[in-house]
Ligand binder design. Structure first.
Ligand SMILES: NC(=O)NCCC(=O)O
Ligand SMILES: [Zn+2]
Ligand SMILES: [Zn+2]
Length: 483
């Protein structure tokens, strides 16, 4: 007979209405009035929404000489506790490593997941093997390929590699992702700052001004346009990058931008804290910005020029951060946020009137499900969709604290923040994983979600590129050669 969610208000990206929901075999079986089931969850006073999807996590990622501290166990527990029912992580080949080989490593790690997951494949180097294996990666349901324009000497790819890879992704019907920062300029600024005796975490922010992000975002947009591939810009932190995306979209280019909850709610003053640990714990790339940039990001979500709110969850312990004492370039880059994204965005977005509840659903779930080719299995409240649902109590409150979090690290960048709006229940494919903050999730419950290439945006872009492709002019009378 299944589980019934009774008496709530269903909120999707485009609709708000009162209805019960019946769940059977992990999927939504019926939506209507007066539904019955073996188990009844009381949703009175609550909103029933698609579970959050975080398309940007780095769980157990090898990076800067260490591994990010949250793995698929603690990371997906954190996700569920905060109302996120799916994560998309990055399979990251080390330079010279094959894509399929890297995928095998990520397959092994993800067996511990408590919620569903998928992968983006990173392109960190380029040759014929990478070109060939990209097709097999797409056949396995991974249709998005990430490129780092920063991290020179490690993950960074150059423009020729970027163009070749973007063309390949376009031909395979996928989406190109970029971390857009000019890695050459960052490396120069880092060296100069260190030489001048700027060794503390604040120098991390000085070494990555908004211009390095704006320049790289513009470049990636132009390269993607020439390659004929849809582009998704991760962790957009500033007006300089947002402006490039906004302009591209107004010109009809297929570009999406993803701000993070950290950039929306924390600012650069964190790096000037007198406590080294406090500042280093917040070192991430791009760094936090000033209020003007934050306002730009919020406006982008309101106007639709930015599409998705993610976390880039890449958590390091204080001990790991301390590797960079005396040299800010050695502080592992990354912050957490998986458990806090939904409550923080609700509090600072819906709670302030910047976002409607429907817009909240769009930017935390539905938009990315469409962009990545998994809608309406994910990101929807429809009969047949996976029962990944969050029953959201807009009146429930808590104070964020590391002591009560699922994440394995010893601090929380949002420590002490009061949030209003929390999950009453969270269901992952029908399994009740969270009840008012108490977790009852299962390690290994999470399943890999294969995605479809050649979505509607790809097809439209391909049709346009084909129509406007260079063609030789047919000429009847070609003059004889002068020789
Ligand atoms: N963002 C960050 O600082 N760390 C994670 C890796 C990345 O996304 O660049
Ligand atoms: Zn990045
Ligand atoms: Zn990232």
């Amino acid at each position: 007979m299944g589980t019934v969610i009774r008496g709530g208000t269903v909120v999707t990206a485009d609709l708000t209405y009162k209805a019960d929901i019946l769940i059977e075999h992990g999927r939504i079986a019926a939506i209507g009035q007066g539904l019955t089931g073996d188990t009844v969850l009381d949703a009175s006073g609550c909103l029933v929404m698609p579970g959050g999807i975080d398309p940007h996590t780095h769980l157990e990622m090898p990076f800067m000489g260490t591994y990010s501290a949250d793995d698929f166990d603690s990371g997906t527990r954190a996700a569920l506790a905060g109302g996120t029912t799916m994560v998309v992580d990055f399979a990251l080949p080390s330079p010279g490593q094959g894509l399929l080989d890297a995928l095998q490593m990520w397959d092994n790690k993800s067996g511990r997941a408590h919620c569903d997951y998928s992968f983006h494949m990173a392109v960190t180097w380029w040759d014929q093997q990478v070109f060939d294996e990209m097709a097999q990666v797409v056949d396995r349901g991974i249709t998005s390929f990430k490129h780092f324009m920063a991290y020179k000497g490690a993950l960074m790819v150059n423009d020729d590699e970027l163009f070749s890879s973007f063309r390949r992704v376009g031909d395979l019907g996928g989406v190109a992702l970029v971390h857009a920062e000019n890695g050459d300029v960052v490396a120069e600024l880092q060296a100069r700052l260190l030489a001048q005796g700027n060794t503390g975490p604040e120098a991390h922010a000085y070494s990555r001004p908004p211009q390095v992000e704006g320049e790289a975002t513009n470049r990636a947009i132009m390269v993607a346009d020439m390659a004929g591939v849809p582009l998704y810009v991760v962790h957009v932190s500033c007006e300089d990058s947002h402006e490039a995306i906004r302009r591209a979209r107004s010109q009809g280019k297929r570009v999406w931008g993803e701000p993070l909850i950290q950039h929306l709610t924390l600012d650069e003053s964190e790096y000037f804290n007198a406590d080294w640990d406090h500042a280093a714990r917040r070192v991430m790339s791009p760094p936090f910005r000033d209020k003007r940039h934050q306002d730009s990001l919020w406006a982008g979500l309101q106007s639709g020029s930015l599409s998705v709110v993610a976390t880039d969850h890449c958590a390091f312990t204080t001990d790991q951060k301390r590797t960079g004492i005396g040299d800010f370039t050695k502080i592992p880059n990354g912050t957490g946020g998986l458990e806090d994204r939904m409550p923080m965005l609700w509090t600072h977005g819906v709670g302030t009137g910047r976002l409607t509840p429907n817009e909240f659903v769009a930017v935390t779930s539905t938009n990315i499900a469409k962009i990545l080719g998994m809608y309406p299995r994910k990101g929807a409240v429809l009969v047949g969709s996976d029962a990944d649902l969050v029953i959201w109590d807009p009146e429930a409150e808590k104070t964020i604290t590391a002591d009560s979090q699922q994440s394995a690290i010893d601090y929380n960048v949002f420590e002490g923040q009061r949030v209003k709006g929390l999950p009453r229940y969270v269901l992952t494919r029908g399994h009740l994983a969270v009840t008012e903050g108490a977790l009852d999730s299962r390690e290994g419950h999470g399943e890999f979600v294969a995605r479809e290439p050649r979505g509607t945006v790809n097809r439209a872009l391909s049709a346009w590129k084909e129509l406007t492709a260079p063609r030789p002019v047919e000429r009847s009378g070609i003059p004889a050669s002068g020789v």
